[in-house]
Design a protein around this ligand. Structure first.
Ligand code: F3S
Ligand code: F3S
Length: 108
């Protein structure tokens, strides 16, 4: 199981979640951040600090954002399993789900 970052992060990228993650498994893409499912230890520390409530436990993902689980998987098919965000990235790509979105209203 893992936590998942959903659509509210896109074009916002507050990054508060990064500071809370004890295993450094939140990676930065071009327009959003992504949690590495194999590295996440399900501690939940990232969820409450996101100001736009973009972070969900995978089974709690709202239905309209179910694609964001697959989105993260796809992101790491390119990024691999770096074993720590601090020593890798930010990356210059996004998942196809994120890349296909129009500009998000960041003034929410
Ligand atoms: Fe995104 Fe929220 Fe983290 S906006 S970067 S998931 S704090
Ligand atoms: Fe990291 Fe814990 Fe979230 S391991 S991605 S802070 S659930």
């Amino acid at each position: 199981m893992t936590y998942v970052i959903a659509q509210p992060c896109v074009d916002v990228k507050d990054r508060s979640c990064i500071d809370e993650c004890p295993v450094d498994c939140i990676y930065e893409g071009r327009r959003a951040l992504y949690i590495h499912a194999d590295e996440c230890v399900d501690c939940g520390a990232c969820e409450p600090v996101c100001p736009v409530e973009a972070v969900f436990f995978e089974t709690d993902l709202p239905a309209q954002w179910h694609d964001f689980h697959r989105s993260a998987t796809e992101f790491f098919e390119t990024a691999g399993s770096p074993g720590g965000a601090g020593s890798s990235g930010p990356y210059d790509h996004d998942s196809t789900v994120v890349a296909a979105l129009g500009p998000q209203d960041v003034a929410q």
